[in-house]
Design a protein around this ligand. Sequence first.
Ligand code: AMP
Ligand code: MG
Length: 330
Amino acid sequence: MRVSLEQAIAELKKGEVVAIPTETVYGLAADATNDAALKKIFAIKQRPVDHPLIVHIGDISQVTDWVTVFPEVAVRLAKAFWPGPFTLVLPAKSHVSRVVRGDEPTVALRVPSHPLALALLKQSGLSVAAPSANLFTQLSPTTAQHVEAGLGEAMPVLDGGACNVGIESTIVSVAANGQWQLLRPGMISEEDIAKIANVKLANVTASDEAAGDVDIDASQVTPKVPGQHALHYSPRTPLRLFNDRVTLNQACETFAEAHVTCVAMLIGKGDVPSCTAITLPDQPYKVAEQLYSTLHSLDAMKVDCLLVELPPHTPEWAAVFDRLSRAGHQ
Ligand code: AMP
Ligand code: MG
């Protein structure tokens, strides 16, 4: 059920959930300070309660409402990549809901860049937790239609068109001493992050380091990575991954001989298999943008098997490679 921005805000203020557009994927949003509302997200998604949620905020100035420390490295990263597909995991203030942080000592924060998501956050004054608006482990939605197909027509959806990043945000944790760690690859690459985060490291002297040293819990230096399941982002149809086109095409022939129906997702030019195939351009940003919608379309063809060509295992393809590997995990 499509709703207006005003209706979406009214529902969220009543403690209801609403699917909202972001530039990454559609999120299932609820007021991040309302435990009863947050619990509805877990129930609808059938998501384990120890998988923490990302809190979407309207502006960098709100970070300190949520965290005990906003290390300089994290400030630089936030200024470089917000609004955008980038999430910071920082030590949480004690008042932050244990439901939203899945009982972790940290909280994940992001300022999204989708104009409707930003308008919702700014007009309502709310911060919203918003994991992908799909059932746990299934394909993420990148259109309002995907949300309705996955969660039902009764789900209120704020329609903001197709998501233009197309895959989930990059997640980086930053400990109180400024040490950072990539928790999930995304379209903001580890290299982009290192450029901003490490800019001053070469200039730090031994005495500076000592002065900046803070007594912190070791578990916060190397945080756990809750909720990063090997199986995730999966279509319903069984999916097989291929490192090269020749092997994919051979598999297609073998399936045809055995009367097993299949369709393929290909990346870039090359020989095509004899089955129906969708070819994506050989560019990481374009593949990310179209990845889930392509898999949704192939899934809807109701064949026995999806044949998917993996991109090269190189840094610019890291996020797409990660999502496809998880989608194809047996
Ligand atoms: P999503 O599944 O896209 O909603 O992203 C949420 C993911 O962010 C979780 O599954 C975790 O991997 C990560 N995350 C969220 N909050 C935290 C947190 N407080 N500490 C560590 N990781 C977090
Ligand atoms: Mg998800």
